[in-house]
Write a protein that binds this ligand. Structure first.
Ligand code: BGC
Length: 513
């Protein structure tokens, strides 16, 4: 059981006072001391994530997760059931497909599996960019585009030396669809909101798998069957679980952000015919929509949200997702240019354009280890159009990158510790404030993570892992491993399709505990 606790004492002891002193960002605008370094000092303070605050955020996440389970569809955390009754074990054999939609690219994959001895014998994929007009067009355009790509890929099966599927047999597909979906069964569900820059004019409330199957039928038969519809977090978890039974949590730290975890089937109150009560399943948390007054939001977060396609939604994701970190940086630098003259008397034109700074720009600058911050200088020149900068200016820009990345990484860590709290795998240190101290059995837990922030942004990853250790304590943290589950959203879905087909063949279901 999760207990709540008053925040005041602990947070004050920890030196955290939020942005509510008289040097907050609003006052700063008119303050006499509005030079870059005092701006930076106050911005750092507003973005601070001391360990005690993180623990309270973790607790709030765990509490919200329970609320979301108890009140399906009614809370900020949707806690979407996946209706999965099995995860891959390594024993799967045969040819399986996956399709992966969730960012700016669409991928189709096939994998040839050969049980525990041969594992993944062969795999092949294609990736195509999704045209902007399809991302913001109609659902018919979108699913038509997907179907065309699938048909082309499937038709090349024999050419590439894969085992061919018998004429009378369907190709099993795992469909990774990385948007919030109200799932009604393991291979069906309707989208309840578009995120990450997709804005399809219709289709909300329609079954995603039906729409794909209609589009495939319109293209002529390729003899396929979608056996599971999964979120990318679930694919990420499944891929890791294929190798390691201790994998309990899947996290995406990429363009968007989200997590899923292994839960008792009995906890899913809307599942009308669950398997055995103590069987396990997977829940897609959709943690991007977590919100709490505890989150250290700044003027940049407020502005970004107000100007976004989905104001008031995905508050947590907008503080940690790769789609947004660069835009937060742009907003802070623009305000510094306006209020402190960071780039001289002129406001750089490009800085006024939303999304002119992207997270890869930020991670490149943040990775600069030259003493004169040359890389920062060239990114400022290339992306913002300011040719000459002083070392002091470059240092300020570097520090802003550091503050934004550190906050995002530490909040991600708090989210993960929130899940560990929910499943009672967070150790003694958290027990004092987060859980009742009666289930203290120490189990190894693996957190499978995919996404460019984790894979390609070393400082983000280090900040995140350090924060987890701070929260859990060095000793307990040794029981929790974070690991890259590369390409889980693709391969993981094919592995799930394989696991489901195998279980159906054997007539046995239930996630192995
Ligand atoms: C979506 C999630 C997804 C995450 C990572 C979010 O915007 O709502 O479903 O898992 O991005 O791709």
């Amino acid at each position: 059981m999760i207990t709540t606790q008053k925040l005041t004492g602990d947070l004050a002891d920890d030196g955290w006072k939020g942005a509510s002193d008289d040097c907050n960002m609003e006052n700063l605008k008119n303050s006499e001391s509005c030079d870059p370094s005092s701006f930076l000092r106050h911005f750092r303070k507003s973005s601070a994530t001391p360990v005690m605050l993180l623990r309270h955020i973790a607790q709030a996440m765990a509490t919200e997760m329970q609320e979301g389970l108890d009140h399906p569809g009614e809370r900020k955390l949707k806690m979407l059931p996946t209706y999965l009754e099995c995860l891959p074990t390594g024993n799967e054999r045969g040819l399986f497909y996956a399709i992966d939609l969730g960012g700016t690219n669409f991928r189709v994959l096939r994998v040839q599996l050969d049980g525990k001895e041969g594992r993944i014998l062969k795999q092949e994929s294609i990736q195509v960019p999704i045209p902007q007009e399809v991302m913001t067009g109609s659902s018919k355009d979108l699913f038509g585009f997907l179907a065309k790509t699938i048909v082309q890929f499937v038709s090349r099966e024999a050419d590439l030396g894969f085992e061919c599927v018998a004429l009378n047999q369907k190709r099993d597909i795992g469909f990774t669809f990385s948007f919030p979906v109200n799932q009604t069964k393991v291979n069906g569900g309707s989208i309840n909101a578009w995120t990450k820059g997709f804005s399809i004019s219709d289709g909300v409330g329609e079954d995603v798998v039906d729409q794909l199957e209609i589009a495939l039928a319109d293209m002529g038969s390729v003899n396929t069957k979608v056996v599971c519809l999964v979120n990318d977090t679930v694919g990420t978890l499944a891929q890791c679980r294929y190798w390691n039974d201790d994998a309990m949590v899947g996290v995406i730290l990429g363009t968007g952000s989200n997590a899923c975890y292994v839960e008792r089937a009995a906890a899913i109150s809307c599942w009308s015919s669950p398997p055995e009560a103590d069987d396990l399943t997977v829940v897609n948390i959709e943690w991007g929509n977590f919100c709490s007054e505890l989150l250290p939001r700044t003027f940049a977060d407020e502005g970004l949200d107000a100007d976004s396609l989905n104001p008031g939604q995905q508050e947590f994701e907008k503080m940690i997702g790769g789609m947004y970190l660069g835009e937060i940086l742009r907003r802070v630098l623009l305000k510094m240019a306006e209020d402190t003259g960071l780039f001289g008397s002129e406001i750089p034109e490009r800085l006024t354009k939303p999304f002119s700074l992207l997270t890869p720009h930020m991670s490149t600058m943040h990775g600069d280890d030259t003493s004169s911050l040359e890389v920062v200088g060239s990114v400022i020149e290339e992306a913002i159009g300011v040719k000459y900068t002083t070392l002091a200016t470059r240092k300020v820009v570097y520090d802003v990158c550091d503050i934004i990345a550190e906050r995002g990484a530490r909040l991600s860590a708090a989210g993960i510790v929130g899940i560990l709290t929910k499943i009672n795998r967070c150790g003694d240190l958290m027990l004092s404030c987060l859980t009742t101290p009666n289930d203290t059995e120490v189990k190894k837990t693996v957190i499978a993570i995919d996404g460019s922030l984790y894979e390609k942004y070393p400082k983000f990853r280090n900040y995140m892992e350090d924060a987890m250790k701070e929260m859990l304590g060095e000793d307990y943290a040794n029981n929790v491993t974070t690991t890259l589950s590369k390409d889980g959203s693709g391969v993981g879905a094919a592995l799930l399709a394989a696991a489901i087909s195998t279980e159906l063949r054997l007539g046995d279901v239930g996630v192995t505990k």
